[in-house]
Each structure stands twice: as structure tokens, then as C-alpha cells.
Design a protein around this ligand. Structure first.
Ligand SMILES: [Zn+2]
Length: 410
């Protein structure tokens, strides 16, 4: 459709890549919404207000739901727990005045998810019964109880230091925290067992693999994160897991929410108070390796700088490990339409790409061939690894985490 309109112009945009660039420019300027993802790439939202109206219709549906007792119960539950079920969405959008939202509900929900307003809980790759509800962090009004936030060291649990993230100007809107929370619910947390969801206004405690929990807490423009390991054997937290969480959170804030130039990282000791931004030590200061003195609830005490940071840094034994054939074929099965741009980014020439396209009809075969060609070219440089591929995917707008997760490479 857009191509047809473009071709009708006196001076049309010449190539599809230029057309995409044009759309991205207007997306960045806030005029339209355009994402090149597989499930959204075929649409462009010309009036972003439409999404806001659709979302508003859900959170302001109290009066309508009031008249239908069984729906009202669900709406009250949504208002209290931020759990938005498909059933409730359908009931509200089926109304005559919302019918346009109902007609486009999957698309609208995909956009609201992409924007970090709603989040589908993390789904393990092999779990077949898909969760049919969303979390809507911005609906939450109840603050967390204090006892949830006081770190208790006991024989069955050990917590990391508190990772603190803010900006240079110490200004971070609540919406940023809510979007981070949505991303964590979607990507990190395991599905609920029998446990009640511990999600409050400005706070969440989520379960992670291997009997770990993560606390995310927002206080006065600072995001605080810490991880606790539960173990009868006094096992330590997994540094690999902590550093993955750290990298994930930094990626969301820096790239997903465009804070990269302004982000500041601090660390606090385990005993420090959650509802205070004192006793935070900056990453730069700790990198000097000198001792720091903390004046927290534990009284005045001295800490070696790596006592605060070591949880969050973990070096893989062989980060340069080359990708295997198996990894390549599963990654190829999960890359979308952007594979040509990726091939360019990985250093293949147009001639090489054209050859591969003409030699293979099947899309997955083409992508596999491209990755294998890249690996052959890179062999001597030992750069055909996950790290290089992840960077290239990010550079061309592929959601690398989803691809690698689906390919079970993470
Ligand atoms: Zn302390």
C-alpha cells in the first residue's frame, strides 16, 4: 500500500531501504509509529493518539463494567493487581464505541506491548499453554510493604549488593521504571507457581531460575536492583545470572529507553536502607579499587570496592568461542526479514548475497548459508562468535535477545 502511494508521487522514494529510513525518521520525530519487527512491520500508525485512546478505554472502563457484575469483578481485580485478562479486554472493546479497537485488538496489544505499557509474563520455550493475560505496571497504586524490602540475611538466603541506576541529573520518571518492569516481567521472570505475584507501585519481586529472586524498587529517581539466592547449603548467588540481569537492564535503559548518554551506575551495601539514596558509591569511584566507608543501618563500616561490584561482573571462560553448526541453524530459523541487512553488516558483499539468494529458495536455507559464509570468512579472526553476531543484529534493528532466546543460545 505504502509502496503504491510512494510510486504515485511525482518524485518517489527510490528503494525499500530508503522508504524504511523515511519511516524511521518520522518514528523518531514522534509523528508516526513504525517498527520493523515481524509482527508490526506491515503496519504504520499514523496517529499515535489512537493507541492512547485504546489504552485509556481499558483503564477508564469502571462505569461500563459497573453495570455488569461479573465483568466488574474482573475490572476491580485488574485495578488492584494490574493483571489484564483477554476476557476483560474483549468485554470492553466489544462495546459499540470501542468496536474499532476490537477489530484491531491483536495489533493494538502488540503495539502496547512494544511500547512497554503492557507486558506478557515470560513464557518458557517449551511450555505450550500460553499465558493469556498482561501486566500493566502503570495501573498499580499500592506501595510495597516495608518487610518485603528489608534485606534479611539468614542461613537460607544471601543477597547481592544493591545495584542503583539513575541519570546524571538524578531525574528519572516513574514511566521509565514501569517500562523496565514490563521488560523484566516479559523477559526475566519465570511463570508463577503457586506464589502470589509480588508486584506493587514502584516495586516488584520476581522469581528467577535456580531459586533466585530479583527485587526491583524505585525510590526518588533511583532504580535499585538486588538478587537473593535461597539455598539450604548456603550457596552464593550465580554471578553469571546476576551479570546477565545487569547487562539486560543496562540494555533496556540505554538502548530501549535511549538513556545511554545520561545513565549513572552506583552500588550500595546489603544493609543500606531502600528508602534513602545515601551511601551510594559510583562505579567510577569503585573502579579505583580503594576502600569506601559506608554509614548505613549496620553502622559505620568499611568495604572493599569489589565487595560491592563482584556479584555483577562475570567473565565467560571463552567468550571468543566460535558458533557451532547447530547454533547457526537454530539462529537462522529465528531471524526475520532483515537478514539481507544483517548479511551486509556481517561483511558479505552484494554479489555473495545475490548468489546465495539465487542458489537457495527456502528462506531459512538462505539465512543459514549467510551465517555459514560469514563464519568461514571470520575463522582466522576468531570473531564468528555470539558477541559479534549480537552486535550486528542490534545494529540492523533485529531483536537479538528474542532471536537468541528462541534459538536457545542464551
Ligand atoms: Zn553499609
Amino acid at each position: 500500500m505504502l509502496r503504491r502511494l510512494n510510486n504515485a508521487l511525482p518524485v518517489p522514494i527510490e528503494t525499500d531501504d530508503e522508504l524504511k529510513l523515511f519511516l524511521r525518521f518520522h518514528h523518531e520525530s514522534g509523528n508516526i509509529l513504525y517498527y520493523s519487527d515481524d509482527n508490526l512491520g506491515d503496519t504504520i500508525v499514523l496517529d499515535p493518539q489512537w493507541l492512547i485512546d485504546a489504552f485509556k478505554s481499558l483503564i477508564t472502563a469502571r462505569m461500563f463494567c459497573c453495570r455488569k457484575p461479573n465483568i466488574f469483578e474482573k475490572w476491580i481485580k485488574f485495578n488492584e493487581t494490574a493483571i489484564l485478562t483477554r476476557e476483560l479486554i474483549d468485554a470492553i472493546w466489544e462495546q459499540k464505541e470501542n468496536i474499532v479497537f476490537y477489530e484491531h485488538r491483536d495489533l493494538l496489544l502488540n503495539y502496547l506491548e512494544k511500547l512497554g505499557i503492557i507486558a506478557k509474563p515470560h513464557q518458557l520455550p517449551r511450555v505450550t499453554n500460553e499465558t493469556d493475560y498482561y501486566f500493566v505496571p502503570c495501573v498499580l497504586k499500592t506501595p510495597p510493604p516495608d518487610e518485603l524490602l528489608i534485606q534479611k540475611e539468614s542461613t537460607d538466603r544471601r543477597s547481592t549488593s544493591k545495584l542503583c541506576l539513575t541519570t546524571e541529573l538524578r531525574f528519572l520518571p516513574t514511566a521509565v521504571f514501569n517500562k523496565l518492569l514490563a521488560a523484566c516481567i516479559n523477559r526475566l521472570a519465570l511463570p508463577e507457581s503457586d506464589a502470589k505475584h509480588l508486584i506493587f507501585c514502584g516495586c516488584a519481586v520476581l522469581d528467577l531460575e535456580g531459586n533466585h529472586t530479583i527485587h526491583l524498587y524505585f525510590f526518588d529517581h533511583v532504580i535499585q536492583i538486588w538478587i537473593t539466592k535461597f539455598s539450604s547449603q548456603k550457596e552464593e548467588q550465580s554471578n553469571r545470572l546476576c551479570s546477565q540481569v545487569y547487562a539486560f537492564v543496562l540494555d533496556i535503559l540505554a538502548n530501549g529507553l535511549h538513556l545511554s548518554d545520561h545513565l549513572k551506575v552506583f552500588f550500595k551495601c546489603q544493609s543500606s536502607q531502600h528508602n534513602s539514596n545515601e551511601n551510594m558509591f559510583s562505579e567510577e569511584r569503585l573502579s579505583k579499587g580503594t576502600d569506601v566507608v559506608c554509614h548505613c543501618r549496620a553502622g559505620r563500616h568499611v568495604l572493599q570496592s569489589n565487595e560491592l561490584t563482584y556479584y555483577w561482573h562475570y567473565a565467560e571462560e571463552d567468550p571468543e568461542e566460535m558458533l557451532t553448526d547447530k547454533q547457526i541453524s537454530s539462529i537462522a530459523g529465528n531471524i526475520g526479514k532483515e537478514y539481507q541487512a544483517l548479511a551486509f553488516k556481517l561483511g558479505l558483499s552484494q554479489v555473495e548475497i545475490d548468489h546465495i539468494i539465487s542458489d537457495f529458495n527456502n528462506a531459512v536455507d538462505r539465512r543459514t548459508r549467510i551465517l555459514l559464509r560469514w563464519r568461514d570468512k571470520m575463522k582466522k579472526k576468531r570473531e564468528a562468535n555470539l558477541d559479534t553476531l549480537t552486535k550486528a543484529m542490534k545494529a540492523v534493528g533485529i531483536d537479538s535477545r528474542t532471536v537468541l532466546e528462541s534459538a536457545e543460545c542464551l
